[in-house]
Design a protein around this ligand. Structure first.
Ligand code: Q46
Ligand code: ZN
Ligand code: ZN
Length: 305
C-alpha cells in the first residue's frame, strides 16, 4: 500500500476519501482538514485563547496537540471526576495529560479541577446519593462537567471551549436525534454553539474527522493516551449507534460522513428547518452566577444541597 502523494509506504487507507497516505502526509492531511473546519465554521482565530477540554483520551489529546502545532493559543482543562471502578480511571487519565505536556508541549498550560477535592464528592458517590444519578452517573457527570468548563472558560477569559468530538460522535448523536425526531436537538446540533446568556462558546474542530483518523493521528504522532473508556460509558446508546453506523460504513464507505455533513449543509442552507422549541430564558443562578433556565438556583448548585 503506497502513499497517493509521494509513493512511500502508506500508514492509513481512508476509503471514504479514496485516499491512502504515509505518516508525514497523513499528519499534514489531518492538519488541513481541521484547519478547514475551523475556518468554515469561524470557530476561532490565532488571536483567540482557546480552552481544550481534555480527558486523556485519543480525541482530546490529538486535538490539543494539533491546535498547538497549528500555532493556536490552546490551554488544556482536565476535570478529575474521581472515577476509579477498579481500573484507576481518573488517576490514569490525568497522568496521560501530564505526560502529554511534559513530553510534547512543555510550554502548554494545563488547568486541573478535582471535583472531589473542590466540592467534597467525586462523581460515583454523587451519583449514588442523588436522585438525578440513580440510573447512570452520566447525567450528574455531564452537569458537573458543563458547569466547571463554563466557569473556567469565563473566569479565564477564554474565547471558546474546544472539545474533541469527532464525526463518529456527531453522526451517532444525529442518528439518535433523528430516530426520535428530537427537533429541538436537531436545531442546535452544530460544530459551533455561540456564546449565549453567559454560556461559553463551544466548538468542535474535529467534526470532519473519523474516530479512527483521530486515533491514527495520536499513534503516528507518538501521543500516549488512555485506551480504557470511562467504565460508565459501556452500553451507552451513543456507542450502540456508532456500531450501527460502522456496519453501514463497511458496506458503503462514506455513509457516516454523508449522513452528518449533508445534514449540516441542508440545515445551514435553510433547506430543512427545525424549531428550537421555545427560547431559552437564561437567568444567573443566585448562588454561582452561572446561567440557568430553572430560575433561582441552578441544577449544579442544587446537587450539593
Ligand atoms: S465521563 Fe462521565 Fe462520560 Fe464517564 S460518567 Fe458518563 S459522562 S461516561 S463522556
Ligand atoms: Zn507521502
Ligand atoms: Zn449555581
Amino acid at each position: 500500500m503506497k502513499c497517493h502523494k509521494c509513493g512511500a509506504a502508506a500508514v492509513i487507507q481512508m476509503r471514504q476519501h479514496r485516499l491512502q497516505l504515509c505518516a508525514p502526509h497523513f499528519i499534514e492531511w489531518v492538519a488541513t482538514t481541521t484547519q478547514r473546519a475551523i475556518d468554515a465554521y469561524q470557530m476561532f482565530t490565532p488571536a483567540d485563547r482557546v480552552l481544550v477540554a481534555v480527558s486523556g483520551g485519543k480525541d482530546s489529546l490529538s486535538l490539543w496537540d494539533l491546535l498547538l502545532n497549528l500555532g493556536y493559543q490552546a490551554a488544556g482543562l482536565y476535570i478529575s471526576l474521581g472515577i476509579d471502578e477498579g481500573i484507576d480511571y481518573s488517576a490514569k487519565s490525568l497522568d496521560m495529560c501530564h505526560r502529554f505536556v511534559l513530553e510534547h508541549h512543555p510550554e502548554a498550560r494545563l488547568h486541573v479541577v478535582d471535583v472531589g477535592a473542590e466540592y467534597g464528592q467525586g462523581i460515583p458517590v454523587l451519583a449514588r446519593t442523588r436522585r438525578r444519578g440513580q440510573t447512570k452517573p452520566c447525567a450528574v457527570c455531564g452537569l458537573v462537567k458543563r458547569h466547571i468548563m463554563n466557569r473556567v472558560a469565563r473566569d479565564g477569559g477564554f474565547a471558546a471551549i474546544a472539545t474533541g468530538h469527532n464525526l463518529d460522535d456527531e453522526a451517532a448523536v444525529l442518528m439518535q436525534n433523528t430516530l426520535h425526531w428530537q427537533t429541538g436537538y436537531l436545531a442546535r446540533q452544530a460544530p459551533v454553539l455561540d456564546e449565549r446568556g453567559g454560556l461559553a462558546r463551544k466548538v468542535k474542530p474535529f467534526v470532519r474527522l473519523y474516530e479512527r483518523e483521530a486515533a491514527a493521528y495520536a499513534l503516528v504522532r507518538g501521543l500516549e493516551y488512555i485506551y480504557d473508556e470511562c467504565p460508565f460509558a459501556t452500553g451507552s446508546t451513543t456507542n450502540f449507534y456508532k456500531e450501527l453506523l460502522n456496519r453501514l460504513e463497511l458496506t458503503s464507505p462514506g455513509a457516516k460522513q454523508q449522513f452528518y455533513l449533508q445534514f449540516l449543509r441542508a440545515r445551514d442552507a435553510g433547506r430543512v428547518t427545525f424549531a428550537e422549541g421555545g427560547d431559552l430564558d437564561l437567568q444567573p443562578c443566585a448562588r454561582c452566577g452561572q446561567p440557568t433556565t430553572a430560575g433561582g438556583i441552578c441544577a449544579f448548585c442544587r446537587l450539593w444541597e
